[in-house]
Every structure is written in structure tokens, then in C-alpha cells.
Design a protein. Sequence first.
Length: 299
Amino acid sequence: MLRKLLTIALPAVLAAQASNAQQIFTFSQFMKHNFVFNPAAAGANEQSSVGGTYRKMWTGFNGGPQTTFLYGDTYFDKKNTGVAVVLYDDKTGPTARSAAQVNLSYSVQLDGQGRRLMLGFAGQLMQYRINKAAIADDLPNDPLLAANGNTIKGDAAAGVYYRSKNFNLGFAVQNIIQTKFNYIKTAANPEGRLYRHYYITSNYSLKVDEDNTLVPNAMVLFVPGFPAEASGGLMLDHKDVVWFGFNYRLKQSYTAYVGVKVDHKLAIGYAYDQYNSPLSLFDDGSGGHEISLRYFFKK
């Protein structure tokens, strides 16, 4: 019964996406992957790296959101330039989106102490898909069944990122072009499009002693027409080898995460999300899991 209800609700989800709803996936360990949302942060840590993350939300729901993305970034000192590539696949019920994004950043050195202002731009190519067979039985008259279930679109992103030894602050905007996509275009279903997403991220490293560092962090997401989303929390890092932390996404979820770095090269992280109602009203329906692997190439 729950699966059928979720399937029937999906046209409303698509309608929300075509208006002002959030259209870009989120993840809990955002502080570890700033360049995914902000192209200016490409190469910010000045170490080449490659990695991947898998995220599964609402684990008790068939068709709950799941996201897989692969990424890599590097920094060219002599050119003051960073490059990052992000590939992802994002699925919710019968809908899916795959994309490839290339980020370029340029750093303006502010002093000899590592402070710099980074400017970034990104281009993205996306494929949207609807599995019409998954909704045909429950919604035989839905206009989506007569629409094209596969479309390819492009868009862009830009950002600025302030980087220092202890403090990082970034501002970025995704979906600058606000690309149109027309699954259904009628008087009752006006033309849909992507909407701009604005991000502000920050974190500060506070040395507790020789081995331990506290890192307060925050992210604010704003989509015009919808209330702003805010996430924040605190992480404890021990010798850049082991870390754990807790975050809270305002009115949505609590997150606990932990990670370890092997030989200062291979970082392994895990996060668990507990969502607030109404999802928490369902048995086993409110949890989310996220696991990430990232390998750093030492200079």
C-alpha cells in the first residue's frame, strides 16, 4: 500500500520540481565536498583526489531517493588554477537524472600565509529520465505516459570561495541558465524549468591541542519561492586520521557521521540521517545512509 501511495504521489513531486522546489540532491558530509556545489572550491585543498559517494534516503520506502556520484579534483600551483569533475546519478521512484559537471577555479593570492580568493565557473550536461512503465498500472491516464520520458539539457554554475588556514567561506549559484524541460506543456501544466539554487557554506578550524581540532560548519540553501534550508554542526578531527561529528538540518533531520583516513591518503566516511516527521511516522521509513571514499595523492 505504501509503495502504491508513493507512486501516485510522484506526479505531484514532478510538478513541484517544475515549479520552485529544490531540484538538486543534498548530502550530509557537505563540508568534505565543497566543490560539488561550489565550482570555486575546485582544488581548494591543493591536493589531487578522486572519490565517490553513495547516499540512500528514506530506507523504508520503495523508490526512496538514492544518489551516486564520482568526482576528482586537482590544483595547478603555477597557474593558480583548480579543476574538478563531478559525475552523478540521482533517482527517486520512477524518475532519474544523470549528469556530468566540469568545474574550473582561479585563485587570487591575498598574502603569503595561504589566504586566497577563488573564483569558479562550471558547465553541466544532464539527462532526465522517467520510467513510464513504473506508473502505468496505477495511473493509466496520467499525461506523463504520453510525454517524452527522456531529455538531455545543459546548465551552468558559478561561485566565489575564500580560503585560509583556519576559515573557509563560499557562495555559489547552480542552474544559472534555468534550463527549460517540457515533459508536459498544457494550460494546466505550464512549461517547467530548472530553478537557481544559492548556497552559502562556511567552516572554521579551532585548535584544541596538538592533536585535536574542532570544526564548526554550516550550509544555507535558498531557492526562490521556498523557505531557506539551513544545516550546521560540529566536527572533531583527531590528527587528520579520525573524525566524527553531528549536524542538524533545520526542521528536517539529524545527522551523525564518522570517518577515518588510512595513511593520510584514503578517507572513508559514513553518515546516518534521522528524519523528522512525517517520514518518522512510518516504521523504518525515516533513516538515511551515506558512505564515501576519497583517495588523496600526496605531493
